[in-house]
Design a protein around this ligand. Structure first.
Ligand SMILES: [Zn+2]
Length: 158
């Protein structure tokens, strides 16, 4: 199994205090994820960006590469965009959010779903994965988690 000890790069806001703080937390989260799952995550080409203004989300994207008139291949990535707001939150809550978005990528969730039910299910499944990875304490510390907290209500019953 290949698992190099390289650090995991965080795009966006490079050189700022916010970047340094979230970079540290993101790397700590990655290193706590069991090696086999981390390896699977790396195969999904996860790109993590600390954004200026947005909520945190994970979205799959595909790049189509045309090699000849007939042959196309594609590369898929998972883009995780982290809200700048997570910088202000307690470390545990930031850990939870990052683990939750990584779980969406790990589970191959699509950003576009057919129903609210499917969307809710994906949020629950992502949180179940967060717990499997050993972040239950961090999940429980966030009142907006999807299993025990207000997450579902906040998103689906505004
Ligand atoms: Zn989610």
């Amino acid at each position: 199994m290949i698992d190099n000890e390289d650090d995991y790069f965080l795009h966006g806001a490079v050189g700022t205090e916010s970047h340094d703080k979230i970079y540290q937390i993101y790397n700590a989260v990655m290193k706590k994820i069991p090696e086999r799952d981390r390896f699977d995550l790396q195969k999904k080409h996860v790109v993590v960006v600390l954004a200026d203004k947005t909520n945190s989300f994970c979205v799959p994207a595909w790049f189509i590469l045309q090699q000849s008139e007939e042959i196309c291949t594609s590369i898929s990535i998972h883009l995780i965009v982290l809200s700048p707001g997570i910088v202000e939150r307690p470390r545990r809550s930031a850990v939870y959010t990052i683990a939750h978005e990584l779980a969406h990528a790990y589970l191959g969730h699509s950003y576009f779903v057919n129903s609210d039910e499917e969307a809710k299910e994906n949020e629950i499944k992502a949180d179940q994965q967060v717990i499997k990875w050993g972040f239950k304490k961090e999940l429980m510390s966030d009142p907006d988690n999807y299993i025990y907290g207000n997450g579902i209500k906040n998103v689906f019953e505004p």
